[in-house]
Ligand binder design. Structure first.
Ligand code: CA
Ligand code: CA
Ligand code: CA
Length: 264
């Protein structure tokens, strides 16, 4: 199971219920804005690996295990409306991501607390929301990289997907199999056109087609014929006559069907 602000979570079926086994499998600390997952034996060694789509490495927000990206939410001014504060690192200090103008529009008390842009620029998150930080709802992300989760023995280790797959969030992962049902190609696509006003939308992905054999080869758009610069939310492989096609759904857009050329 994957989601926003969550680890990649594994649950084991024990009769009538499930128990979480993410810690044993090594994925408890892989916390991201995950948006898609597909099971596949990517290295052809007989066990199941996973391809997992995340926010990507091309967004305004960055995250690492050492310097996670944080979110705090609480009613900081006690007027019965919840506010969100996003935080990143400046050295070892957590500082607000959003500027004085956006922040004080959402939380008017900020404009009386900080009377100049200079004061606000020097403020840490604790300066901003004070002791309330301890009681706030707190989420963090430790990675925005889209990955292959490779099974090694009894646990999983993350391996980065190629750089073209990191250009935008991956919302769709499609496995393209050959006649013997063996993996031949992998298609990833996504983007995220919705964002807060001062953040530009994630629209750098045209979709990426990868050839999977002993190595992972990224195809150029001119080789793959894939051009999906849309707000792609999901893709399914479908049957067209006796060939393979893909059905692409995107926000504010028409349904699209592409056919796969088997000979290439
Ligand atoms: Ca495998
Ligand atoms: Ca409030
Ligand atoms: Ca393996």
């Amino acid at each position: 199971m994957v989601g926003e602000w969550t680890p990649i979570r594994f649950f084991k079926n024990i009769g009538a219920s499930f128990v979480e086994v993410s810690e044993q499998l090594g994925t408890k600390d892989l916390i991201g804005w995950w948006s898609s997952v597909e099971a596949v034996d990517i290295d052809f060694d007989g066990d199941t690996d996973y391809v997992v789509g995340n926010l990507g490495l091309n967004y305004k927000f960055k995250a690492s295990a050492e310097k996670p990206f944080h979110l705090y939410a609480a009613d900081f001014d006690k007027n019965r409306s919840i506010h969100i504060v996003l935080a990143k690192y400046d050295g070892d200090r957590q500082v607000p991501v959003r500027g004085l103008e956006c922040t004080s529009e959402q939380m008017p008390f900020i404009s009386t607390k900080f009377t100049s842009y200079h004061d606000f620029a020097d403020a840490s998150v604790e300066d901003l929301i004070g002791m309330e930080i301890d009681n706030a709802i707190h989420f963090k992300a430790t990675t925005f990289e889209s990955i292959i989760l490779k099974k090694d023995g009894n646990s999983f280790s993350p391996i980065a997907l190629p750089v073209t797959c990191q250009f935008a969030p991956i919302n769709a992962i499609v496995l393209i199999m050959d006649d013997k049902k063996q993996l031949k190609q992998l298609l990833t696509a996504g983007n995220m056109f919705g964002s807060e006003p001062e953040t530009s939308r994630a629209d750098a992905s045209f979709g990426t087609l990868l050839n999977i054999s002993n190595t992972i080869e990224t195809l150029l758009m001119t080789q793959s014929g894939i051009s999906l610069p849309y707000d792609v939310k999901d893709i399914k492989a479908i049957k067209i006559d006796d060939g393979i096609g893909i059905l692409v759904v995107s926000n504010d857009d028409e349904l699209r069907i592409l056919t796969h050329n088997r000979d290439k």
